[in-house]
Design a protein. Structure first.
Lengths: 62, 238
């Protein structure tokens, strides 16, 4: 426990080191989430359009 | 380049590559970050705060790399009318903005304990802030027009005009007085960083790169679909 605590303290720089890691993980995870969500939304919209129009609007990609 | 002029072919290849690039990103990021934050040594001057290097430096490199990708994509769209160019520029811009933001924030968090300042208006920091504004401007232009192709064109011109900032950022620590560390990796004479830090740094940087490539593949497909939706809406006469 003591070793973990002293590790997390980062030699006194914890207030700077961990938020730096945190902002990177947060921003990058957020970008993964929004990219995938946006892709799913557009795929759904296009699929709905295709069924309404009864033809393929995009080339097969998967 | 011409093999990918057909978006359908590119999308099929992108779908095939994505699992591999994502796995590479996950693996390299995990190995690099754990190595850097746990096993790599502290710095004799900076102590444990040096571990911010594994976030700040890869993010800054990506900020410049992604802008270069956008500039090349913009040139191919404007000059050769390459159909993927606009898609890549649209897809990459928010990713580059994200990396620039990470570089600025992590740099600030590093500067406060080491320099005693959250921010200084020196050449390196100021030009990186300008890069962040260029990304925001690029994204704004893309969305500013009812006709997406006008937005593509305006953004492409901004991307090319703003590219002069990239070598300015790179050489700023040479050309001007600065608190910022001088070039320590990509320089004549080779890196000046000890391998005990340099190796996990390069692994992490590679992880960031595969992360960018993976998300770019997802987002290019997404932008392609968005363009299809727009043209379908236009054809429907809405």
């Amino acid at each position: 426990m003591e070793r973990i605590e002293s590790y997390l303290a980062m030699g006194g720089y914890a207030a700077y080191v961990w938020p730096a890691l945190g902002v990177a993980l947060l921003v990058m995870a957020g970008q993964v989430a929004t990219s995938l969500r946006s892709l799913r939304r557009r795929e759904a919209a296009l699929a709905e359009l295709e069924t309404r129009l009864g033809r393929r609007a995009t080339p097969a990609a998967r | 380049m011409h093999r990918f002029a057909n978006p359908g072919r590119f999308l099929r290849l992108a779908a095939a590559w994505l699992p591999w690039t994502s796995a590479a990103a996950g693996l390299l990021l995990a190995v690099g970050l754990v190595w850097g934050f746990v096993f790599a040594p502290p710095d004799y001057q900076q102590g444990e705060s040096v571990r911010i290097i594994y976030i700040h430096v890869p993010a800054a490199w990506m900020a410049l790399f992604v802008y270069t990708v956008i500039a090349l994509a913009s040139a191919s769209a404007l000059i050769w009318r390459h159909p993927l160019g606009d898609l890549i520029a649209r897809a990459a811009s928010p990713l580059g903005a994200g990396f620039t933001f990470i570089a600025l924030v992590s740099g600030s968090l590093w500067g406060k304990p080491m320099w005693g300042a959250w921010w200084v208006w020196d050449a390196r920091l100021t030009s990186m802030l300008v890069l962040f504004f260029l990304y925001l401007g690029h994204m704004a232009l893309l969305g500013a027009f009812d006709d997406a192709s006008r937005g593509n064109r305006a953004a492409a011109i901004l991307a090319l005009v703003g590219f002069v900032n990239v070598p300015i950022i790179k050489f700023s620590v040479d050309w001007w007085n600065t608190l910022h560390q001088p070039e320590s990796v990509f320089r004549l004479g080779g890196p000046t960083i000890d391998s005990s830090i340099l190796v996990p740094l390069m692994i992490t940087a590679l992880g960031f790169t595969f992360f960018f490539v993976s998300l770019l593949l997802v987002r290019v497909r997404s932008e392609f679909l968005a363009a299809r939706l727009r043209s379908a809406a236009a054809a429907a006469g809405r």
